[in-house]
Design a protein around this ligand. Structure first.
Ligand SMILES: *[C@@H]1O[C@H](CO)[C@@H](O)[C@H](O)[C@H]1NC(C)=O
Length: 463
């Protein structure tokens, strides 16, 4: 035991994370199923190995209890969570709230201890019932009067999650929150150090810095501000400032997820000026698939710019583009990769993506393969590609490249033939290991720099 304890932190970390030190948290938006044609996003479009956490948006609230919004949500919840059969490390959360939801129901719910208890009990029952691993609170936004009550909700919720886990032997449910980028809103509504104790992670919405309401063009999610002498710059409206602000206010770095947008904000140009800070006559027209004025999905942007112009905004480390009188500030593979590198260098906990359905999820539009943007994060953050079917849910989906014996744990072919289900060292390569599921062989890499250790059946630092 003592031997194991020497490396406890690393061993635990490697065993739990098996793949990457970073989170890649991706939002699934149920309404994208109603988009037309190739923009329609179905649950079959989910890639079980792309993200470490999937969040279903959104649930609602009735009589202080969590509830579904759409009649078909209940069927979708079930299918959404069954995707974990294909990736045993994948976690799913249900997000309550959103920008349309308002604050009134949240404020009323947190206002008394009794209401909070009703809500917390409903969350445990609802989430367990549908197979979610946690709750994401998207309250936009708590105000001064709710500030401390929000902390109390988080504290009581985690205590209830812990008690439930102890009672049932299941792993504790997760609690996260989607939180704003605006300094004034953060100051008003959040007790940051206290929330940092209770939340498992913060999904910081580091985008929408510059929207179509502005009279000049600007970037949606710049990493850095424009140079100081630029009159269109606001030193607070960039990822670097916001993330450092949350950290300085007392949120632990490893709990902070940086928000990445798979969409852009559009503007109507009114002069021959096509740069940042060019005069704008208002938002650009809706996209053919996402159908919202002033925003375009990445797959609509790459389509538009095939016959338009795109420029790299070097100081802010994001691109912009234009065609005719439509201007768009957006993100591409390069800016996602650059920001992810900045994320790892600055020791943040991970990335959050809004949304799966606005990346070129099928690869049909941009011809860069499926999920070019989220894929860039997956690569840069070192998320393991060896995603292993769950051992606890039957039957695991077997990838077509592996022939299944169909005969339980004694058949199969390759390394795992005849071996019991479990994890085994790779005798030829210390940086890899095998997972055997019903005789089927899965080879997985350890996180970079770690080697497989048979005594803990986990990846650890080489001694
Ligand atoms: C990033 O933010 C930090 C903290 O606010 C600041 O000191 C630093 O100058 C910023 N970097 C850039 C390139 O703006």
């Amino acid at each position: 035991m003592a031997k194991l304890l020497l490396g406890t932190a690393v061993v635990l970390f490697a065993c739990l994370e098996l793949g990457s030190a970073f989170r890649l948290v991706c939002y699934f938006t149920s309404w994208a199923q109603y988009r037309p044609g190739a923009g329609k996003y179905k649950l079959d479009d989910l890639d079980p190995c792309l993200c470490t956490h999937l969040i279903y948006a959104f649930a609602g609230m009735k009589d202080n209890q969590i509830t579904n919004l759409d009649a078909n949500d209940l069927t979708l919840y079930h299918k959404f969570n069954s995707i974990k059969n294909k990736n045993e490390n994948l976690k799913t959360l249900l997000s309550i709230g959103g920008w349309n939801f308002g604050t009134q129901k949240f404020s009323a719910m947190v206002s008394t201890s009794e209401n909070r208890q009703i809500f917390i009990n409903s969350v445990i029952k609802f989430l367990r019932g549908y197979g979610f691993d946690g709750l994401d609170i998207d309250w936009e936004y708590p105000g001064t009067q709710d500030k401390h009550l929000f902390t109390m909700l988080a504290q009581e919720m985690v205590a209830a999650f812990e008690a439930e886990a102890k009672g049932t032997g299941k792993s504790r449910m997760l609690l996260s929150a989607a939180v704003p980028a605006g300094m004034a809103i953060i100051e008003m509504g959040y007790e940051v150090p206290q929330l940092g104790q209770y939340l498992d992670f913060f999904n910081v919405m580091t985008y929408d810095y510059h929207g179509s309401g502005s009279i000049v063009t600007g970037e949606n999610s710049p990493l850095f501000p424009l140079p100081n002498n630029n009159r269109y710059t606001n030193i607070h409206f960039n990822v670097n400032f916001t993330m450092n602000y949350w950290r300085i206010q007392g949120a632990p770095s490893e709990k902070l997820n940086i928000g990445f947008a798979t969409y852009g904000h559009t503007f109507k140009l009114t002069s021959s000026d096509t740069g940042i800070g060019a005069p704008s006559g208002g938002p650009g027209p809706p996209g053919p698939y996402t159908r919202a004025t002033g925003t375009l999905a990445y797959y609509e942007i790459c389509t538009m710019l095939k016959t338009g112009t795109s420029e790299w905004d070097a100081p802010q480390m994001v691109p912009y583009g234009y065609k005719g009188d439509v201007w768009v500030g957006y993100d591409n593979e390069r800016s996602f990769a650059d920001k992810a590198e900045w994320l790892t260098k600055n020791n943040f906990g991970g990335a959050m993506v809004w949304t799966l359905a606005m990346d070129d999820f099928s690869g049909a539009f941009c011809k860069q393969g499926p999920y070019p943007l989220i894929g860039a994060l997956h690569t840069k953050l070192g998320i393991s590609t060896g995603c292993v079917p769950s051992k606890t849910t039957l039957p695991p989906a077997v990838p077509p490249t592996h022939a299944s014996s169909g005969g339980g744990s004694s058949g199969g072919s390759g390394f795992c033939a005849g071996k019991a289900n479990g994890i085994y060292a790779d005798p030829k390569d210390k940086s890899k290991f095998y997972q055997c599921v019903d005789g089927v062989t899965y080879q997985k890499p350890c996180p970079a720099g770690l080697v497989f250790n048979s005594s803990c059946a986990c990846c650890n630092w080489p001694h």
